[in-house]
Ligand binder design. Structure first.
Ligand SMILES: [Fe+2]
Length: 181
């Protein structure tokens, strides 16, 4: 999760009675994306993504992220975490695969045809995803920043990064929290 600045907020979330579901994470990111004061508080940098850590529900990991025009994540997954994200400002595009990939034990994988999906999330739009969800998220705008809210549970133990050459996915790197904090 490379970005140009990281700011922590004090932990104030009350303990949860149980594991937050993807639907609860989606509700959280949609509500948070509608919080104008919070969204306005995010520092923006034309040179790179910026982020602020948030207190997600039930001990989840949450982030407010700013995306300069033309920036994106590259293909990655979130291991066994479920998650959700919502656009607060601007527009994001998500490319994903309409199949749940094997969790591990492979370095390259040839995808069948017709698995690619693409969706645009304008301000106020959000989506939830299950474990082993592989995607890339980008701000395709030539001139406008985008801001979004993301939540994951359990907190991300790792992110696996992939390259994509046509139908072939290749595992390139495994990042752990110490790599992006
Ligand atoms: Fe992601």
């Amino acid at each position: 999760m490379p970005a140009s600045s990281v700011t922590s907020s004090p932990s104030a979330a009350p303990p949860s009675a149980g594991r937050p579901t993807a639907a609860e994470l989606l509700d959280f990111v949609l509500r948070t994306a509608a919080d104008q004061a919070l969204v306005d508080s995010l520092p923006l940098d034309p040179e790179g993504r910026t982020w602020v850590r948030l207190d997600g529900p039930g001990g989840s990991e949450a982030w407010l992220i700013g995306w300069p025009p033309g920036t994106g994540t590259g293909w990655h997954d979130h291991a066994e975490s479920v998650g959700a994200f919502a656009t607060a400002r601007g527009s994001l595009t998500e490319h994903s695969l309409a199949v749940r990939l094997p969790a591990g034990g492979w370095k390259t994988l040839e995808l069948a045809e017709d698995l690619d999906r693409s969706r645009r999330l304008g301000a106020g739009d959000g989506r939830a995803f299950g474990r082993d969800h592989l995607h890339e998220v980008l701000n395709p705008s030539p001139d406008a920043h985008a801001i979004s809210v993301h939540a994951y549970y359990p907190p991300l133990p790792l992110i696996r990064r992939f390259s994509r050459t046509g139908p072939v996915l290749r595992l390139e790197q495994v990042e752990r929290p110490e790599d992006w904090q």
